[in-house]
Design a protein around this ligand. Structure first.
Ligand SMILES: Nc1ncnc2c1ncn2[C@@H]1O[C@H](COP(=O)(O)OP(=O)(O)O)[C@@H](O)[C@H]1O
Ligand SMILES: Nc1ccn([C@@H]2O[C@H](COP(=O)(O)OP(=O)(O)O)[C@@H](O)[C@H]2O)c(=O)n1
Length: 643
């Protein structure tokens, strides 16, 4: 599985131009397709969900032209799709599946609508019931109440009143409303039960109005579309930035100092999720808004917990769940039952993953309560849910972490993590790589002490792996066996002490035998992979100095400073000799030199993470330098690099 390792974050500031709103994009595409005339759609979101919609429209015979960038031309069909028979695959795109179901059920053709397995677990019965009341012929191809669906031509009953449940997903009402002009009749929709996610209905009504259909409404209870309503292209439509996507960046500003500014949505937005900014303000964040921008800064003294009804911001509220990790007290998010029928059961997923990083979480049918506690690194599963991945990026302010399957963000925000990187600053790393006995450990430990940073002796992990394998009777060339040992290393570093399974092993891992073993197991790709995350979790505040062979190239490629520390083989052998004698070990200089040259060769020639000076690493040749001089040089370079 692919993953992305995030270091602990230090701060956030900057500006992000948001991608187009998913909700608006797919509504605009469908209405442009149903309208009379051509529509130029600008700033359309480029994502999986919109691709599914564009593909479906093309399959239905709609003229779809990419004009370059985020701009598209849609040639409307005036309410009659040219293709009367089709099988459509809509992935996990709820914003494509529901409205297309409604429109196609009333379109007089023969259509099959399918999605991914999760889509077939997301209820659609209430929408189908509503369509059947109009006379539509809709049948379930799998489980009753769920996709896939078969839609057949049917006679639509005139002048009806349709009842639809409003308390499961507002997308059913949205789908019905957008399709009603296709009946040519006056139809009223009565909402049964308390309508959830009302702001999404506002988006629907505003988008329909943009295409010339005004829905009469009686509060949130009854909506009427009059006979003769027809969609007409408004010419050019600009899609607003995505307000749900804005939530991550505003939260970054609120947690990481700020100011973080988002552009593309603001005070004048038609999206309900802009109200997320108010929720964040209740947590203490300093929010400013303009017509199409917003900024967030962290309050002095930090965020405070809130107890909030989130019905009006169901998607953006997920962002509050991870922001709660940084708020004093217990945050309660209520009235979020719809989370359970989204891309995944988001209440359960959120609770499970928050607990992994140490939070105390209580979940109920329609609420979640989060109390922060000491954070610990973990690998976060994302459940093929873009919002899980984006929400948990915030948790990196508490701890380094791994996001599994980060590309699931493509559903709504394909370059989320690139943008995230441009507005966040991570805990700094100084990477010191070089051959054996060049002085990496001595220099790295002193630099770390001078800066108050943590120190990672990555070689010790390979030495510990070699020792643990030897003790377990596993040969050093048994890749799978040694990798399993590496993955399960029970090691605790406390100051200078290193304990393996509770036993002090500081000296045991420094013997020449284990040195040779370390360099052998280090050549095995599966072993390096198993030790990757274990090293990256050292990337915490206030900073880290790591020494080894691949600190700058593989483990911490974004290190603020990369140093390649070396000395002649003779000087290094002599240093090692003195070191061993001082420790009371016996040693022989020619043997040491030969050993060291052999190890240099093995480390440099291996296929994975070979020992070499990377293009972006500074060379520090120490044959003629004292340790103090080498330390001073690294500190000077660091202050230069970080200023
Ligand atoms: N610039 C230097 N001049 C002289 N001796 C050094 C220098 N750097 C390190 N040493 C000594 O060399 C030995 C090996 O250094 P160490 O830090 O363990 O190297 P590495 O981590 O690269 O294997 C230690 O005894 C250390 O005190
Ligand atoms: N980042 C690292 C660190 C060590 N190693 C391997 O682990 C062995 C022991 O590392 P070390 O840093 O303790 O070795 P010395 O430089 O102290 O001799 C090296 O010979 C390398 O083969 C590695 O491959 N990658």
């Amino acid at each position: 599985m692919e993953f992305l390792d995030l270091p602990q974050l230090l701060s956030a500031a900057g500006t992000v131009r948001l991608p187009g709103s998913k909700s608006i994009s797919n509504r605009v595409l469908l209405l442009a397709a149903l309208a009379d005339g051509e529509t130029e759609v600008r700033d359309l979101l480029a994502s999986d969900d919109t691709e599914r919609m564009l593909d479906a429209l093309q399959a239905l015979g709609i003229g779809v032209t990419h004009l370059g960038g985020e701009n598209w031309k849609i040639v409307g069909c005036g309410g009659a799709f040219p293709v009367k028979q089709a099988e459509l695959f809509l992935g996990n795109a709820g914003t494509a599946f529901r409205p297309l179901t409604a429109a196609l059920a009333l379109a007089g053709g023969d259509y099959v609508l399918k999605g991914v397995a999760r889509m077939h677990e997301r209820p659609i019965g209430d929408l189908v019931d509503g369509l059947r009341q109009l006379g539509a012929d809709v049948s379930y191809l799998g489980n009753e109440g769920y996709p896939p669906l078969h839609l057949k031509p049917a006679t639509i009953r005139p002048d009806g009143v349709v009842s639809v449940r409003g308390d499961v997903s507002s997308q059913f009402l949205t789908g019905l409303l957008m399709a009603l002009p296709l009946t040519g009749q006056t139809v009223a929709v009565d909402v049964v039960g308390e309508l959830i996610s009302k702001p999404y209905i506002e988006i629907t009504l505003a988008t329909m109005a943009r295409f010339g259909v005004v829905v009469e409404r009686d509060g949130w209870q009854r909506f009427t579309v009059r006979a003769g309503s027809r969609y007409v292209s408004p010419g050019t439509v600009y899609v607003e930035g995505d307000a749900s996507s804005a939530s991550y960046f505003l939260a970054l500003g609120a947690i990481g100092g700020g100011p973080v500014r988002v552009e593309g949505v603001g005070r004048d937005s038609i999206q309900g999720d802009v109200k997320f900014a108010e929720a964040l303000a209740q947590m203490g964040a300093i929010i400013e808004t303009g017509p199409n921008w917003m900024t967030a800064c962290a309050p002095q003294g930090g965020l405070i917990a809130v107890d909030l009804d989130c019905n009006h911001i169901p998607d953006a509220a997920m962002t509050l769940a991870t922001a709660a990790l940084f708020a004093k007290g217990t945050t309660t998010l209520r009235n979020i039952a719809s989370w359970r029928v989204k891309e995944t059961d988001r209440i359960a997923a959120m609770a499970t993953e928050l607990r992994k990083i140490g939070a105390v979480v209580e979940e109920g049918a329609d609420f979640i309560k989060i109390t922060p506690s000491t954070a610990r690194p973990a690998a976060i599963d994302t459940y093929d849910d873009h919002r899980m991945a984006m929400c948990f990026s915030l948790a990196a302010f508490a701890t380094p972490l791994r996001i599994n399957d980060p590309k699931c963000v493509a559903k709504t925000f394909p370059d989320y993590f690139e943008r995230f990187a441009t507005v966040t600053r991570a805990a700094p790393v100084i990477a010191i790589d070089g051959p054996s006995a060049s002085g990496k450990g001595s220099v790295a430990a002193r630099v770390a002490a001078a800066l108050g940073f943590a120190y990672l002796d990555s070689g010790a992990l390979y030495r510990l792996t070699a020792l643990a394998a030897q003790r377990a009777g596993i040969a050093w060339d048994d890749e799978a066996g040694v990798a399993a040992i590496a993955a399960g290393l029970d090691v605790v570093f406390t100051g200078e002490d290193i304990r393996l399974a509770g036993v002090l092993v500081g000296d045991a891992i420094r013997t020449e035998d284990i040195s040779a073993g370390a360099s052998k197991v280090a050549a095995l790709p599966a072993v390096r992979e198993a030790l990757l995350f274990r090293q990256r979790v050292f990337n915490t505040l206030p900073g880290l100095v790591g020494d080894g062979r691949d600190m700058g190239s593989v483990i911490f490629p974004r290190a603020v400073l990369k140093v390649f520390l070396t000395a002649t083989a003779e000087a290094r052998a002599e240093r090692r000799y003195k070191q061993l004698i001082e420790k009371g070990f016996s040693a022989n200089l020619p043997d040491l030199l030969a050993d060291l040259q052999q190890r240099d060769a093995r480390d440099s020639q291996r296929s994975v993470a070979p020992l070499r000076q990377e293009a972006d690493a500074r060379l520090l040749e120490t044959t003629q330098l004292t340790i103090e001089q080498a330390v001073k040089q690294v500190l000077d370079w660091y202050s230069e690099a970080s200023s």
